[in-house]
Each structure stands twice: as C-alpha cells, then as structure tokens.
Design a protein. Structure first.
Lengths: 271, 331, 292
C-alpha cells in the first residue's frame, strides 16, 4: 500500500491513499431503495472489484460516484475533496472517468473520432484557437492520433478505425469504450462490465493491460464484473454488494469465504 | 418560349441568386445548431429579423418629418454598412445565447419550446416598439454597399442587383469556409458528440452546456448576418416579411439538403427556392394549380420533407452510412 | 389606470373562459405527447380542421348541434388519418424526426384548408346568437363565452371520466406513463395509439370549434394558439392530464389579468413568460408528475 507514494498523484497526501470514497450514501427511486447507507473506499493505485447479484445496486453506485445521479444523502469524496455537489463533467475533469454498462459509443462517429474525443485539454476545442492557432492544434491532434493508434492496435480495433461506431459488434463497442476512456488519462477509472461480450482471448489481454496501468501509472480501478474468477485474480480489494448494502470489503481470499455473500448469490438476489 | 425568357432576365436571376445566398446562410446557421450539435432551434426566422433590423437601424437615420409612412421611428444611426453588419452579427448572437441559456441544461425538447417562445416575444417587440423598429411600417432608404461604385468602376451597364450577388456570394463563401473548418476541428467533434449522446462528452470532462451555447451563438450570428445581407439588398424592410413559416422552411431546407453538411444545407435552400421559382413559371391558366401557387408550395415542401425523411433520411447530400449508423442504439 | 372591481372581475372571467380552452386543448395534447413521445406541431391543424368542418356544415345548412358534431368527429378523423398515413411509418424513429415530420404534416394540413375552402370562408366569424346574459356583479358576459365554458367543462369531465373510470381510459394513462411496462402487462399499445389519437384529435376538434366561437376562424387558428397550449402541457408536466388543465387555466387567467399592467399587444408573451419561469423553477412540471 505504501508503494503508491512514489507515483505522482494530486492530493495523495490529503487522502490517506484513498482516491475515491463514499460516506453513508443512499439513493432511492420512488419507494425503492437502490443504495442503502453505503460507505466504500477505493484505494489509490489499487484494483478494486465490485461484485454482487443482479439488482444489488452496483450500477447505481457507479452513477453516484461519477455524478450521473445525485445522492439523496451522504457524501462522495474524490482525492479527499467533497465532490457530492459536483456535476459529472467536473468530476471527469478531476480525473474520474467511467464507462457504461450498456455501451454509449457515439454511433454516427467513427472509431478513431470516438478515441480522439477521449483526449483531454485539446486546444482545438476552443473556437478561436482552432481558427488561428492551427499549428498548435495539428500538433496536438497528431500526438493524440498516435496514442489512439497504439491503443486501438492493442485492443485489436485498428482495422476498424474508420468504421462508424454504430456498426461495431457488442464486444467491439465495449473495447472502444475502454480505449476511449484510457485516452482521457484517468486517475481513477470506473469500469462497468468491461468484459461483457468481449472475445475470451482478448479478456486476458485487457486484464493484463489494466494491471500494467496500475503498476506503471498508479491508476486506480473500480471494476464491476460478473466473471467472479477474473475479479478475484486481479483485484487487490473486492467489495460485495447485495440489495443496496455492502456485505464485505476485503482482500479476495477473505471475500471468497464470506458466507453472507455466498448466500446472496445462491439465494438469487433478483429484486 | 415566354416563360424561359422571363426566367433569364438578369435582374430576376440576380434576385433569385441573392435569395439563394441569403437562405443558404440561414441554412448554414441552422445546420450548426441542428446538424452539428442536435439543437432544436425554432427561432431562426426571429434571428434573421433581428439581424435585418439591427443593421437597418444602425445604418439608416430616422426620417425627417415628411415621410408619413415611417413617421413613428425615432431611433436610427448613420454608421457605415460594415458597422451595421458587424452589429447585426453581434446583437443576434447575444440574443441567441440569452435565449438558449434559459434552458440549455434541460432536456432537448424544452429548447424547442423556449425558442418558439423567444421568437414570438421578438416578433411582438418588433411590431410594438415603433420608435425603434417602425412597428408594422417599413424602414425605408436602407443604404446599399458600394452603390454607384460598381457601375462607375466596371461600367458593364448591369443593374446594381447583379453586383450585390458578388458581395453576398463572397460573404457566403467565407462563411462556408469558416464553418467547414469548424466542423472538421476538435470543436466540431465535441459538438457532434453532444449530438450523438450528450452523456459521453460529459463523462469525458466536457462542459457540454458551454459548447451548446457557443454553437447556438455561432448559428444565431450567421442568421443575423443573413438578415443584414437581406436588409441591404432591399431598399426597405417591413415586419411582415419575417414570418414564422420561414423557420420551418429553413428546417425543411437543412433536412432535405442533408443535415450535418453545410454545402448540403445551401443546396437544400436552393432546392426549395428553385421549387418556388418553378411554380411561378406555371401559367396561371391551369385549373386548380394556377391560382393557388402560394398555397401549393408549402404543401409540396411538406410532402417532400416527409418523403425524404422516410426514404432518404440523409437528405440530398448527406452521408448515408453515417446517418444509418447514427440511428443505431447501444448494445 | 384606475381599475374598477367589475373590470377586474371581467378580466378574470375572460381568463377563465380562455383558460378552459387552453386547458382542453392542452389535455388532448398531453395525452398524445405522453403516449407517442414527440411534439406534434400538427396538433394545431387538428383544431383548425375541427373548426372548419363545423363552419362548412353550418354553411350548407346543418343545424348548430349537428354542425358541431361533424366538427368534433372531423377533428378525430383528421388526427387518425395523419397518424395512419404518415406518423405510423416513422414509429421506430427518434422523437426529433417525428417532430420534423409533424412540421411537414402541419404545412400540408394548414394549406389544404387554404386550398380547399372557398376564400370567403377563410376568415369568417361564426357566432352563436344567444340570449343576452345579464351582467352579474358588473361582469360583462357574452353568450358565446358561456357556451364555450359549458362545453369545456362538459368535455373535460367526460374525458376525465373516460380516463379514470373506463378500462380503455386507464390503459391509456398506464401506457402514457410507461409504455414498455404497459406492453409487458398485456396492453395492446398499438391499438391504444389509435384510441389515444382519436381522443386527442377529437378534443382538439372541440377546442378548435370553441376557438372559432370565441374569436375568428382562420386557417392558422391552431398554429397561433399552439404556444399557450404547449406552455400549458410543459408547465403541467408532459403526460399529466390534471397538470395540463391546471396549467391551462392558470395561463388563461394570467394572460387576461395581465392586461391590468401590460398593454394587450404583449399578451401572447405572458404564456411564454409563465412557461419559462415554470421551466426554470420546476422542470418536472407543476406537480412533478411529468412522465418524461
């Protein structure tokens, strides 16, 4: 855990090594309580897995962490800073990037354009700059295009770079979303079922990349997945949810033995 | 044949060309809103009017006593035409952004209603603030750029109107070039992303509301410029020239021409105007059609709009692959 | 300007009458909007056609009540025709496409009136010559207004009875609230579309007829009335029938009462102002019951 001090992270010292956390967060829809008094900590430079049966509230928690839903009560902290009232785009600018369970690729735009959108702080996004500072803009675009190429080749999507994202298969869209979010150089990346529909040969490849990013860049991950084995293999911490509550949050070996979680899965957790 | 001869009259050709250019500019502005960014703007005709009136007021001093028809207007200036045009762009852009700002963080449909509302309010102000706009009466004696100079320098004996085509044409070309550049730039990419799925650029850190407002301002500004071009091509403007139907006709032009494509937008405008010109040539002796041209045009445009949306949703010049791909939902 | 109580009360009365009209038109539109999920600009033309069917029936000599019936049914027929011939073909397209399609339909319907109806009738006023109603509390009451208000109340009650007490009505509301859920529960949503369209068109027709009674019958009757109607629908919460009615009444009254402080030329702006303020403060509709 003390390894992460060597990485250049903003505000690392303020947050005691916790990059993202919630404090007593709850969310209800009408009469239904989706997330019930949840306090979780995602440690910096770690891979945290989030598991639980369907309807446990995982995606809702994701939405609350990323600002796509507002909490009914409680706090969300990013890098020690209270971001509970911060909009989703502001949180993203502060390093919190997320993918979506049902992919949101920009169908009418090409794969490469999707990737380029991921790159932050593009000078060409300013109207005046794009008209008068053309050299600076081309240079930035060129750099980012090279980065996108590297990522796309890794994700085996390079041949499809000029294809409209709407024409991709389900698995390919998942990979595109992953690539796009990596272009944004996140500090903490929330992945919502990143492997669903992806070719099994590629999944190991992807998981390797995630671990490499964790080691080389100190990136933190929160991953929701239904492939329990994969999660247990790569995670440093695993959180188990059921019916809106946290059942356990510990190292994989401990979580695997957790009886409550086992019961939740066997009991079918469908709401 | 008489009809053809009528068509080839240089003054008439020039007038048609000027209108194609002006409507083309309007279509470019609306394409920035709808084609690029997916914004529902139903105030476009009002922006057009604001631009026309702003430029007219800035360049035409109020009439001295005698002119009965325009007697109510008291506010007017005598600035050069360039000032009028720049003023038109700025004022219209500001008003556009003001209207857009009220609902830019709400769902898309709301912007539609708010722009309809804004357009109506603008219309009411124009009609009722006679001291500024001459109300329902015309503003006359609007100056024309370089009038007289052309005849002297080029000496071709053509009516002024023909030279104006050149001026307006240059403005159109410049606008097209700028907007095409914006479209292919990273800025355009963000706008397109907003159009496809606003949550995505937000999840990637873009403040989408600000981009939408910029798009709105740009498109409104172009409409304002079109208004100014219109005002200076006429000797006078009057409120009844700016109808709400114009907004919907420009919508039809953008869609028929191919949304997302600036050249397509201009072509769409030309198409509808061409239709109008064609209908005018139809001799009035033909039963039913003859006497009802004014009414037939919107009907034909309406039918065309529906048919194109059904059978060729990408429009005349749109990209079929892109349009079809864009209609697909996530996995 | 010194304002007498009777003048103020007259404004209030006028507002109530016009408000009931906006409420009625808004009710039809909110049902359509709630189920079909797109802004239908052609709704105004359903109103206009209802008015013109009645006008022409009167012209050819039908008695008043029969003429109204023709207009009412006519509104529904036009709505269904528009749906079957045009809108149905776009049922899998996005709401925005449908909106633009409705613009096309609106162009066609409005100008068909101009094309088909002989010109001397296109701005004719058809009035109901009734007994002169005595002034109550100094309020100026016109016979037409009484008829309009009575018909509005009658129709509103009828529609609410339909929506709350009949199987079809309840199904309509359920489907308007959540179409997917309704389909899962076995409600035939495709047939419902026809019923809701018929209902919406009929209500629009009635509103159009009454607009003609209250003011003038012109081809753009519906189009110009659309703004306060849309304002009522949005303010009341899309898909919320009660909301639309309450908002409609509020807008009608606000419009007429505003004459106390602003000149009549700016009255159309009131609906818009109410709408914008409403949107900024309660984006889910007055009762927070918007279904989208």
């Amino acid at each position: 855990m003390s390894d992460n001090q060597q990485f250049d992270q903003n505000g690392a010292s303020d947050s005691n090594g916790v990059i993202l956390e919630t404090k007593d967060v709850s969310k209800s829809f009408g009469g239904l309580v989706a997330v019930d008094n949840v306090s979780v900590k995602i440690n910096e430079g770690e891979i945290t897995g989030l598991i639980g049966p369907n309807g446990a509230g995982k995606s809702t928690l994701f939405n609350l962490l990323s600002g796509f839903l507002k909490v009914n009560q409680g706090q969300v902290l990013l890098n020690g800073q209270d971001v509970t009232d911060m909009r989703s785009d502001e949180r993203a600018r502060n390093g919190l990037i997320r993918t979506f369970q049902i992919t949101r690729e920009l169908s009418g735009m090409t794969v490469i354009e999707n990737m380029m959108l991921g790159a932050k702080n593009n000078p060409g996004e300013d109207v005046l700059a794009t008209l008068v500072k053309r050299d600076e803009v081309s240079q930035f675009e060129q750099e980012k295009r090279e980065r996108a190429q590297e990522l796309l080749k890794y994700l085996e999507l390079w041949d499809l770079r000029d294809e409209y994202a709407g024409n991709l298969s389900g698995g390919q869209r998942k990979l595109l979303e992953l690539g796009r979010s990596l272009m944004a150089d996140p500090e903490v990346l929330l992945l919502d079922e990143p492997m669903a529909g992806v070719n099994p040969d590629l999944t190991d490849h992807i998981l390797d990349r995630i671990m490499t990013l964790r080691e080389e860049k100190g990136m933190s991950f929160l991953i929701v997945e239904h492939d329990i084995q994969a999660i247990m293999n790569i995670s440093d911490t695993v959180i188990g949810m059921h019916q809106g509550k946290i059942l356990v949050s510990d190292e994989p070996e401990v979580v695997q033995e957790d009886e409550e979680l086992l019961k939740a899965y066997l009991g079918g957790g469908q709401v | 044949m008489g009809a053809v001869g009528t068509l080839l009259n240089p003054s008439l050709l020039a007038t048609t060309a000027i209108f194609i250019i002006i409507w083309g500019m309007l279509a470019i502005g609306l394409n920035m809103h709808w084609g690029e960014t997916g914004l529902l703007n139903f105030a476009h005709a009002a922006f057009f009017a604001v631009g026309a009136y702003t430029s007219a007021i800035l360049t035409t001093p109020p009439p001295e006593g005698g002119a009965i028809l325009e007697a109510t207007r008291t506010i007017g200036f005598d600035f050069p035409i360039v000032v009028g045009m720049v003023g038109a762009i700025v004022v219209t852009a500001v008003i556009g952004v003001a209207i857009g700002a009220t609902s830019i963080r709400l769902e898309d449909d709301y912007l539609a209603i708010v722009t309809l509302a804004g357009a109506e309010i603008i219309r009411l102000i124009i009609i009722n603030q006679g001291s500024l706009t001459a109300g329902t009466k015309p503003i006359k004696n609007i100056p024309r750029p370089l009038e007289g100079t052309f005849q002297e320098v080029l000496g071709l004996g053509l009516p002024y109107r023909v030279y104006y085509v050149g001026i307006a044409g240059i403005v159109l070309l410049g606008t097209l070039l700028i907007f095409r550049h914006l479209s292919n730039s990273p800025f355009g990419r963000v706008l397109n992303a907003i159009r496809e799925d606003e949550e995505v650029p937000k999840a990637l850190g873009r403040d989408t509301a600000r981009y939408k407002l910029k798009s709105f301002g740009l498109g409104a500004g172009v409409a304002g410029l079109a208004g100014a071009l219109f005002a200076h091509s006429q000797n006078a403007i009057i409120a009844s020239q700016f109808t709400a139907s114009l907004t919907f006709i420009i919508w039809a032009a953008v869609i028929i021409g191919g949304s997302g494509n600036y050249v397509g937008a201009v072509v769409g405008a030309g198409f509808i105007l061409g239709l109008q010109a064609l209908l005018r040539v139809v001799p009035s002796g033909i039963p039913v059609i003859g006497g009802n041209i004014a009414v037939l045009r919107p009907i034909i445009v309406g039918i065309l709009l529906i048919v194109i949306l059904y059978a060729r949703p990408q429009g005349l010049l749109g990209n079929k692959q892109q349009t079809l791909a864009g209609m697909k939902e996530g996995s | 300007m010194a304002l007498s109580l009777s003048t103020f009360l007259t404004f209030l009365w006028n507002g109530l009458v016009e408000g009931s009209l906006i409420a009625l038109a808004g009710l039809g539109l909110t049902l359509l909007f709630g189920l079909l999920n797109f802004i239908n600009i052609a709704y105004g033309e359903y109103m206009a056609w209802g008015a013109y069917f009645t006008l022409l029936s009167k012209v050819i000599g039908l008695p008043f009540v029969a003429a109204i019936l023709v207009g009412v049914i006519g509104g529904g027929v036009v709505a269904i025709a528009a749906d079957r011939i045009v809108f149905q073909n776009f049922s899998n397209r996005s709401p925005v496409v449908l909106l633009v399609v409705s613009i096309g339909v609106s162009f066609i319907l409005r100008n068909l009136i101009r094309l088909l109806v002989p010109s001397q009738y296109t701005t004719a006023l058809y009035g109901v010559e009734l007994l002169h109603v005595p002034n109550i509390a100094g309020i100026t009451i016109l016979g037409n207004q009484v008829v309009v208000l009575m018909l509005s109340v009658l129709t509103l009650s009828g529609v609410f009875l339909l929506l709350n007490r009949t199987r079809i009505g309840i199904a309509m509301r359920a489907a308007s609230d959540d179409t997917d859920l309704a389909r899962i529960r076995g409600i035939d949503t495709d047939r419902l579309v026809i019923y809701v369209t018929a209902l919406g068109g009929t209500v629009a027709g009635i509103a159009g007829i009454m607009l003609g009674l209250e003011s003038q019958v012109t081809p753009s009757l519906g189009f110009t009335f659309l703004i306060p109607v849309f304002a009522a629908v949005i303010l009341g919460g899309i898909g919320d029938p009660v909301g639309a009615v309450v908002a409609g009444l509020a807008i009608g009254i606000a419009q007429k009462v505003s004459l106390v402080i602003i000149p009549s030329e700016y009255t159309p702006a009131i609906a818009l102002l109410v709408l914008i303020i409403g949107l900024l403060t309660r984006p889910d509709g007055v009762f927070g019951e918007a279904t989208r």
